[in-house]
Design a protein around this ligand. Structure first.
Ligand SMILES: Nc1ncnc2c1ncn2[C@@H]1O[C@H](COP(=O)(O)OP(=O)(O)OP(=O)(O)O)[C@@H](O)[C@H]1O
Length: 566
């Protein structure tokens, strides 16, 4: 793209001090000449309509001289972009620039066709005045023009970039600056103030550095106020979220891995239940989280971030947050004896919790090696769980349900709608989102969606170690990991899981010793946190309970990671 900086992040950091915005004036900036009053009013009305919807749909680009609705010029002027002069047009939805063809001294027009380039304003996140200042000069300086910061997309990855519109006229730049500011301030979904939690011990202990170096400069450019807490212990974020004033923020951001994300999501949801005075000690219909949550991936698996951004890339995550992209997601509630245990995205029993238990014991080993060793150790000690799995198949179709319909769905489940399985299981996983990650780019649950009001239940019955490894390896290959006779997958609305005590199942094969830590207790891995629960656990799906900053993703674009140990 012409005029764009090769290394945008450098440009942001080295020039940020030398930039100063025009001061706000009481009087409105006069319209650019040549724009009749009725067209100005019509354009303003259209802008208002667009601003109310928050998300703009860019019209199809029709070329240099043709404009659709929303493409109508608001202002037109000449700027230097790179080394050449350009004819620049601003509309409500895009900024277009076309190289001005100099006339040759002989009067012949150039044979080269002028090509226009453009940036959609829905991708622009900041506009700054560009000035030249001498070393040590804090304010003033010679005006050079305007710089636009925008986000460009390469597949799922988002990157920040800049375009410099150079013009030495203060009046000209001021008019353009104010028009651009006006348009940007109309994007109501973009956050202005964020509460940020950083888990300094996530994965390789790089979360704080990632935030400081790659995310905070972008938030600053976008004029987002941040209130940052570096968490001091497990549960710190949760306790803050239970008490802090949330109305000061437009969103919450978590810098860390899935465990940290789950804790912050839990905090937001518990807060919502407290404020709505929902009694969580019964089968209840929870109210959604009050604020959207942004996830800056800094953990090992980053399942939530991969599912909502498609990549494990902090700048992509930051730009989705800045641009206010939103993705409502389903979450599960887990309860035991009528008492809420947790909200979560993914709950595992068997192999998934055995791996986590070993990883926690090996916490002195560097993260990548630790996860491989934990996987290997859990595979060598592979033991089935003896349990009863009951589930209600999902009735959710493609159409949107109203909240009251869903409430009815969940409370009016007859006993005969429950399907029951009993036996020895190597692994049982219940997921409310596809759970994409580098070891499963299509997701651990590719047949569920972010918000289709259903959960994926994957139950892997007892089998040989080699068959189980074959099943695991298929998650990172193009083969179907579910096409084994010992794997059952279901789209479900609710699941009950009950450990069977030894006497419960007389048919049990004595060759296989079930892995039950203590009588009637199962060890659960809920979003990376181990939880021992005695007796039956009820898991239910709640549609669109949380909104994440991000968008719909078909498949993670992380390079598939094969664990060398299997
Ligand atoms: N300062 C802290 N000291 C100890 N634990 C913390 C601290 N801050 C947060 N935690 C807890 O650390 C746990 C793990 O964090 P997180 O999930 O971010 O990292 P991870 O386990 O390395 O990543 P992943 O879950 O992707 O493997 C979370 O449950 C969180 O509550």
């Amino acid at each position: 793209m012409s005029g764009s900086s090769k290394n945008p992040t450098d440009a942001i950091q080295t020039r940020s001090e030398r930039r100063e915005e025009f001061k706000e004036k009481e009087q409105p900036v006069s319209e650019s000449p040549g724009l009749p009053g009725s067209r100005v009013r019509a354009r303003k009305k259209r802008q208002e309509e667009l601003h109310h919807s928050g998300e703009e749909t860019p019209p199809a680009h029709k070329g240099k001289d043709q404009y659709c609705i929303g493409d109508e010029p608001i202002i037109r002027g000449i700027f230097q972009i790179g080394k050449t002069s350009h004819d620049v047009i601003l509309s409500a939805t895009r900024l277009t620039w076309t190289r001005i063809q100099p006339e040759s001294p002989t009067g012949e027009s150039s044979q080269k066709k002028a090509v226009d380039d453009f940036v959609e304003l829905k991708d622009v996140f900041a506009v700054k005045v560009k000035r030249r200042r001498s070393a040590g000069q804090q304010s003033g300086g010679t005006l050079l023009g305007i710089t636009l910061f925008f986000c460009k997309r390469k597949a799922a990855k988002l990157k920040d970039d800049t375009i410099h519109l150079d013009n030495l006229s203060v009046d000209h730049c001021e008019i353009w600056f104010r028009h651009l500011k006006d348009i940007l301030s109309g994007f109501k979904h973009r956050p202005k103030s964020l509460k940020v939690f950083v888990n300094p011990i996530s994965h390789k202990k790089e979360a704080y550095q990632i935030y400081q170096d790659r995310v905070a400069p972008l938030f600053k450019l976008a004029d987002i106020q941040t209130d940052v807490t570096v968490t001091e212990s497990k549960g710190h974020a949760l306790s803050i979220l239970k008490e802090c004033r949330l109305d000061e923020y437009d969103g919450v951001v978590c810098v860390g891995g899935d465990g940290s994300v789950a804790e912050v999501a839990q905090g937001l949801l518990l807060r919502a239940q407290m404020e709505a005075e929902r009694d969580t000690h019964s089968v209840f219909m929870p109210v959604p989280a009050p604020l959207p949550l942004g996830v800056i991936p800094a953990g090992s698996a980053n399942v939530v971030a991969c599912s909502v951004y498609g990549v494990k890339h902090p700048v992509t995550a930051a730009l989705h947050i800045i641009l206010g992209h939103r993705q409502p997601v389903d979450m599960c509630s887990m309860s035991s004896t009528g008492e809420l245990l947790r909200f979560g995205f993914c709950a595992m029993v068997g192999f998934g919790s055995q791996v986590q238990a070993v990883a926690e014991r090996l916490n002195w080993i560097p993260p990548m090696r630790r996860h491989e060793l934990a996987l290997l150790s859990a595979l060598t000690q592979l033991r089935p769980e003896d349990c009863e799995v009951s589930f209600v198949p999902s009735s959710a179709g493609e159409r949107d349900h109203t909240l009251s319909e869903l409430e009815e769905d969940l409370t009016n489940v007859d006993d005969d709608e429950w399907q029951v399985r009993r036996g020895l299981y190597l692994s049982i996983t219940i997921m409310s989102i596809p759970c994409m990650c580098s070891v499963a780019p299509k997701g651990l649950a590719p047949f569920t969606r972010m918000n289709n009001n259903s959960m994926a239940l994957t139950a892997v019955a007892n089998t040989s170690r080699s068959e189980f490894i074959k099943h695991l390896k298929r998650y990172s290959s193009s083969y179907n990991p579910f096409s084994f006779s010992f794997v059952e997958v279901q789209r479900v609305q609710a699941v009950k899981l009950r450990p069977l005590s030894h006497g419960d199942d007389e048919q049990r094969d004595s060759k296989h010793t079930p892995f039950i830590p203590s009588e009637g207790t199962l060890t659960w891995n809920i979003d990376g946190e181990l939880l021992e629960v005695q007796g039956e656990v009820l898991i239910r799906v709640h549609t669109k309970l949380l909104t994440l900053f991000g968008s719909h993703v078909e498949e993670a674009e992380e390079p598939p990671a094969n664990c060398s140990c299997i």
